[in-house]
Design a protein around this ligand. Structure first.
Ligand code: NAD
Length: 462
């Protein structure tokens, strides 16, 4: 008798009832007081997910996509209000990008060898419950995108989100579980705790039922995860330079760089954080930035004031991160025109506003004497993060030389940085770029383990 979809649903419901999954408080799907309870619930949910067909997982993912679109504005507003960072318009675009371009189960593929001695497959199986630590810069985007990939791979996930973005992260986790329940799946496909702290993070990292941890954030969290003794996916910090050589379309380069740098007030880790340009094009590049792209040229005195404000006491001032250019200027007493998008200045690579990953629309421009010098300075500024770098050039040899030297997970040529996320560029979207551990842009397959499945001397029908 062929198995109908209804029968599969009934089996899933039956398994769920038997599991007696601990419900989170009403209206707070997936949110627990205690980290151990959260992990236990995600573990039970994973036992259900594991029995589901790929089709059923995909059904949930389709519903997640729909819910993200319906809630894109709410999530964007909530993210800006709670963290004080970024801007609503760009955050709406980021949520649509997650909904449209995060891969689902199609990313889970099989490799096969067939021959005289039978058939061997490499199947991509779930890890189980994955631990995920998420940043405040793209809070709901990361929670949603991680869960879609992890679920497609047959996993459930326990989040320890950034404490400064807990409300937004919980809202996203609620949506994910609602989507699962509405599609016939279990509650608690994604879980968290009411008050995430370093302590809850440690409990999660040490828990016997967590075999894989995905850390998205600065160097501290990635190092902590990689020291946990568990397998870790480390999506760390960047400081992406945009190199411009004398073969580039300078007018377009100015526009692309400012567009990428100002997207969500420079919060994305992939966004242009500084420019290195060969000497012969610096003036023209700055001219177009100022005359056609609403940039503000900071004087030496204003640069000093910005250093004092933005890097108060030598430390990145969190109150400035993700703020728009006009607000940053008003913090140093400058009333800039309402349409000001980006603060620019020329300076040496050692300038603190250039060498530090600021995550705000302040763009220092470093002058290089020739292309080789530009590559050397850009590599220095990337600080060995191996994260992202960009280039504006029509010379293929130059592009190749730069790509080899800088060795980053992402290298955008002749476009704004966000095209690396599939926004105005080809390819899928992710908000977890595993720069430190080398998986690069993560997707469902990143969150699976490879299992060899061997049948000897049969099933080869060639
Ligand atoms: P952050 O490092 O302050 O926090 C990230 C997460 O790690 C938070 O949940 C935080 O609570 C947690 N955390 C921090 N230190 C920890 C520790 N020692 N142990 C356990 N957990 C710890 O970063 P942020 O300000 O939220 O985000 C900005 C940073 O993240 C930037 O450096 C940016 O480049 C990076 N980032 C990287 C990616 C990527 O895909 N590679 C994506 C987004 C952001």
């Amino acid at each position: 008798m062929p198995i109908s979809e209804n029968m599969v649903q009934e089996i899933v419901q039956e398994v769920m009832a038997k599991m007696q999954i601990a419900d989170a408080p009403a209206g707070k799907h997936g949110v627990f007081k205690d980290m151990n309870d959260a992990i236990e619930a995600a573990k039970k949910a994973q036992l259900v997910v594991k029995t589901m067909s790929m089709d059923q997982r995909e059904k949930i993912i389709t519903c997640i996509r729909k819910k993200i679109k319906e809630n894109a504005e709410v999530l964007a507003r909530m993210g800006v209000e709670e963290t004080g960072m970024g801007n609503v318009g760009d955050k709406i675009l980021k949520h649509h990008l997650v909904a449209d371009k995060t891969p689902g189960t199609e990313d889970i593929t099989t490799t096969a060898w067939s021959g005289d001695r039978g058939l061997t497959l490499i199947e991509m199986g779930p890890f189980g419950v994955i631990g995920a630590i998420t940043p405040c810069t793209n809070p709901s985007e990361t929670v949603l995108c991680n869960t879609m990939g992890m679920l497609a791979g047959g996993n459930t996930v326990v989040f320890n989100p950034h404490p400064a973005a807990v409300k937004t992260s919980i809202y996203a986790i609620n949506l994910l579980n609602e989507a699962s329940l509405e599609s016939g799946g279990p509650d608690n496909i994604a879980v968290t705790v009411e008050k995430p702290t370093l302590e809850t993070s440690n409990i999660m990292m040490k828990h016997k039922d967590i075999h894989l941890i995905a850390a998205t954030g600065g160097p501290g969290v990635v190092t902590a995860v990689l020291s946990s003794g568990k397998r870790g996916i480390g999506a760390g910090a960047g400081n992406p330079p945009a190199l411009v050589d004398d073969t580039a379309d300078i007018r377009k380069a100015a526009q692309d760089i400012v567009n990428g740098c100002t997207f969500d007030n420079n919060l994305p880790c992939i966004a242009e954080k500084e420019v290195v340009a060969v000497s012969s094009v610096v003036d023209e590049l700055m001219h177009y930035m100022l005359t056609e792209n609403d940039c503000y040229l900071a004087s030496k005195e204003e640069q000093d004031k910005l250093v004092e404000t933005v890097l108060a006491g030598g430390k990145l001032n969190r109150k400035c991160v993700g703020r728009d250019a006009k607000t940053l200027l008003s913090m140093i007493g400058v009333q800039a025109p309402a349409n000001t998008r980006c603060i620019i200045f020329e300076g040496p690579k050692e300038h603190p506003l250039i060498t530090t990953e600021l995550m705000m629309p302040i763009l220092g421009i470093v002058r290089a004497k020739d292309f080789d010098d530009a590559v050397e300075q850009a590599v220095w500024l990337e600080h060995g993060n191996r994260h992202s770098a960009h280039i504006h050039s029509k010379n293929i040899d130059n592009i190749t030389k730069y790509a080899k030297a800088i060795d980053t997970a992402i290298l955008v040529k002749n476009g704004p940085s966000y095209s690396a996320l599939g926004f105005g560029g080809e390819g899928f979207c992710t908000f977890t770029i595993a720069s430190r551990t080398g998986e690069g842009l993560t997707s469902a397959s990143t969150f699976t383990k490879r299992r060899r499945c061997v049948m000897t001397d049969s099933l080869c029908i060639r």
